[in-house]
Design a protein around this ligand. Structure first.
Ligand SMILES: *Cc1c(COP(=O)(O)O)cnc(C)c1O
Length: 430
């Protein structure tokens, strides 16, 4: 498709990046299940390896099915390029990799997906990187946390477990003043509900495992680059602005301009870290994205109905959903997330930890799983599962205390979901 940006979201989610297969005319994007690609001749091979010509070499780096997904993700997010990889967590490492070095840090929100809190507070230390966790509602604290070694600010647009929506424009002011990139994990919002780049973000990361694929079939991740950051404005980002020793001295920013981050992600990131998305998974995700807006509308509608019903129930202590008038983030949500705040929220049960366990064990239609963003409705008791590795303080800060159950509302009939919640609450004896 040429001139893609003139089309609306519903059109782009089906067409962006795709064209009939040049070899066969196949209308649907074929699954190019191949490891390697035949070079026209030795000169062609050399040009590809020198990045003088763009093309396919080996599927750890690039693959035509994955390339369609990359272009679709870049288009839907309003970026210049995207790199797909094997999971959301891979995308986070791939996003930080060109920016960080031993001794450098990232300033991150206290309200993040549990696995991300663990990755940032523990695992990245092995690389000599560190994270400073700050309450992103305290903008002075965010500003104060940024120091000479900070190389990015990282938050989630609609935070998982739920109920928190981030003021991206306010954070973008801080990163712009500091000359560092703003990275937004847009997994729970998807580009249908939020386009972080339009609000000032530099990079957007995704777990495509969730709403983008939409039916719990694959793991996948993506990093979308806005193309707007000047990597050469300071000496903070030598991998992008200085000769890259892992690519025989190539200067990525000078050579590729706004596509520097994307090219580095493929030519160095995927080449050397190997966190590649396979073409079969890319296919499932492409199929899912075709109906993204339709599903997100229903997820939001159902979540609103169910959250309102739960909030009115005497067995429930609190419901944190930014779509509720009672939410402290309701006004921010209306301003920055006008199409809705997604299908995720948490409920606190009056009966505490034990009632939560009985509740999740009594649900019939909802599945108790460590996933979200599925067409099926899902629940998880975060404190005993996804947030188990965290301290009680970290659990509370992340909105995942012991009496809290995270709910991911699917696209079923809302009345059926409410009936199931009702009977499980009765059995929980909360
Ligand atoms: C699931 C999730 C991740 C991690 O993604 P994986 O695909 O499971 O690696 C990161 N961030 C958020 C917000 C998520 O929901």
């Amino acid at each position: 498709m040429t001139d893609a940006p003139q089309y609306g979201f519903d059109t782009l989610q089906i067409h962006a990046g795709a064209r009939p297969d040049p070899a066969t005319g196949a209308r649907q994007t074929p699954i190019y299940q191949t490891t390697a690609y035949v070079f026209r001749d030795a000169e062609h091979a050399a040009a590809l390896f020198n990045l003088q010509e763009v093309g396919y070499i080996y599927s750890r780096l690039t693959n035509p099915t994955v390339a369609v997904l990359q272009e679709r993700m870049a288009t839907l997010e309003g970026g210049v390029g995207a790199v797909c990889c094997s999971s959301g967590h891979a995308a986070q490492i791939m996003a930080l990799f060109p920016l960080m070095a031993p001794g450098r840090n990232v300033v991150a929100s206290t309200r993040l997906y549990g696995g991300t809190l663990t990755q940032f507070s523990q695992t990245i230390k092995r690389f000599g990187w560190s994270a400073k966790f700050v309450d992103f509602d305290d903008l002075d604290a965010v500003r104060a946390a940024v120091d000479e070694d900070t190389r990015a600010i990282f938050g989630e647009s609609i935070a998982n477990p739920g109920g928190y929506v981030t003021d991206i424009p306010a954070l973008a002011e801080i990163t712009d003043a500091a000359g560092i990139p703003l990275i937004i994990d847009n997994t729970s919002a998807t580009p249908y509900l939020c386009r972080p780049i339009d609000q000032g973000a530099t990079l957007v990361v995704h777990s495509m495992t969730k709403y983008l694929t939409g039916n719990g079939t694959v793991t996948g991740g993506a990093i979308v680059d806005s193309g707007t950051f000047d990597w050469s404005a300071s000496d903070k980002f030598p991998s992008l602005s200085q000769p890259e020793p892992a690519y025989h001295g190539l200067k990525f920013h000078e050579t590729f301009g706004p596509l520097a981050f994307t090219f580095h992600g493929i030519a160095v990131g995927l080449r050397d870290l190997g966190m590649t998305l396979n073409p079969q998974a890319a296919h499932y995700t492409l199929m899912g994205i075709e109906t993204l807006s339709l599903r997100m509308q229903r997820h939001c509608e159902n979540a609103q109905k169910v959250a309102e019903w739960l909030e009115a129930d005497p067995r429930i202590d609190a419901v944190t959903y930014a779509g509720l008038a009672s939410s402290p983030y309701h006004d921010r949500a209306e301003r920055l997330y006008p199409k809705g705040t997604g299908g995720l929220f948490t409920v606190a049960l009056k009966g505490g930890y034990d009632a939560c366990i009985r509740f999740v064990d009594s649900l019939e239609l909802f599945s108790h799983v460590a996933n979200l963003g599925d067409t099926r409705s899902l629940v998880i008791h975060s404190a005993s599962t996804t947030h188990r590795q965290l301290t009680p303080e970290q659990q509370e800060a992340a909105g995942a205390g012991p009496s809290v159950v995270r709910i991911s509302i699917g696209t079923e009939d809302a009345d059926d979901l409410i009936r199931d919640l009702d009977q499980a609450l009765a059995k929980a004896g909360a």
